[in-house]
Design a protein around this ligand. Sequence first.
Ligand code: SME
Length: 172
Amino acid sequence: MFSLYLTGDENKDRDIVLEYAEASLLKGSDVFSFISDLSNVSALLFWFLKDINWIGFYLVRGETLVLGPFQGEPACSTIPFSKGVCGKCAREERTIIVPDVEKFPGHIACSSLSRSEIVIPLFKDGRLWGVMDTDSPRVERFGEEDRAFLEKVCSLISPLCPELLKELGKRE
Ligand code: SME
């Protein structure tokens, strides 16, 4: 049964959630363990983060991002590297924060609720294997503290990507 007690102090609670995430990961080398870990991390963050309406993973297949484990409304199944905030993150291999999605040309509106967004690239051995996307119904929801926290969560998951998925992400 899931039970996690938070203090109400945002900094302490981020650390508690990070510790919980780290302790609950299966850390297997197979695809099944990995999908399980991605699923639980998205559920944990969806439970913890305030004012978000979607969080999840897109996995790299060639020059396309394919929807992975997530929480929130059903979303676009595939996103080409050439499109959207996720595509920009994959192309430029850096975290992208969009304070107002209506001012980002080419933003892909999977949900009409989303008003701001942060997308973080995920690497193993220097190779991009996916991105983690978080959406909020509030403009300017994501700042530097969120970026630091989410990047720490990503650094727990990134090295766990199984070789098989890393190979599927290979680009010519
Ligand atoms: N808004 C994203 C698409 C993914 S959804 O938000 C879940 C984008 O522009 O890439």
